[in-house]
Design a protein around this ligand. Sequence first.
Ligand code: HEM
Length: 294
Amino acid sequence: MTSGSAQTSVLAPVPQHARIIEFILNPNISTSQLLEVLESIAYSEKILIGFGPDIIELFEKKIEGFHAFQSYQGIGCTIPETQASLAVRIENDDCGKIAKDARELTATLSSFFSIARTQNTFMYLDGHDLTGYEDGTENPKGDDAEKAALISSTDIGLNASSIFTVQRWDHDISAFQKHPQEQQDHIIGRRLSDNEELDDAPRFAHVKRTAQESFEPEAFILRRSMPWSDDKGEGLVFMCFSANLYAFEAQLKRMIGLEDNIVDGLFKFSTPSTGAHYWCPPIKDNQLNLNFLK
Ligand code: HEM
């Protein structure tokens, strides 16, 4: 495996703070102008960069297993798509450093891109959702994490790249808290008190809907979700890294009832409001390796 050349954030643990900025490419930009600006991005291990499908298409390239985020109509629930052209995730323990990096990166990109949306996120406890439940327990680890998250290819410009999915969920915590503790545990499928998985969890329990080994083929992803809270509300920015979109889409389709008409318990108190996928190129000599686009 060539994990050494994945962008550092892909396999790193959930950071303390992160800001996600999604940009739309302005019209009538040539590939040579675009390549020049993308090459001028100052990559660092605290910055994750991903390109939307429109950028890949502009360079007349195709990545197997990668495409624009698809919206879905589920059973009584809707999955919106808000695909943009480029995503930057800046992480740091120090929010001032995030502000500085965001200012500098936005200045670099400003002549060719417009900001679609910005979202600040943070770690709660040591990686919990705002409902209180621990998030990330069943993530693959070590080599399994690399296998789930990284594209493996003989093309050096594609190898160790990754697909970054970002989907903001808006919680109604007071609606969640109206359920008695046992029902809250059933919605998630784990016990809040000790994070034990419940054998008798109902079929709508979130971990029953998404149990990665229960899919055929198995559907593993590397989740790195982070809570958010601001004047628009609060919730979870679901984030994951994967080698292709099969696993995420299989889980999502089962969550919204397309497989068996059973909708994930999460929808009792939360709704997704955004959804996008970005291809994160590998790095070489501590710079983005953009050879795949050339
Ligand atoms: C409101 C949004 C969400 C919340 C609050 C949430 C929370 C959780 C929690 C608390 C767990 C149990 C602990 C763990 O293994 O991490 C979990 C598991 C999991 N979630 Fe989510 N999640 C959300 C959305 C999603 C979405 C959109 C997907 C994928 C489409 C997803 C995929 C998974 C997977 C694969 C597992 C592990 C299942 C297993 O193999 O046991 N989650 N989630």
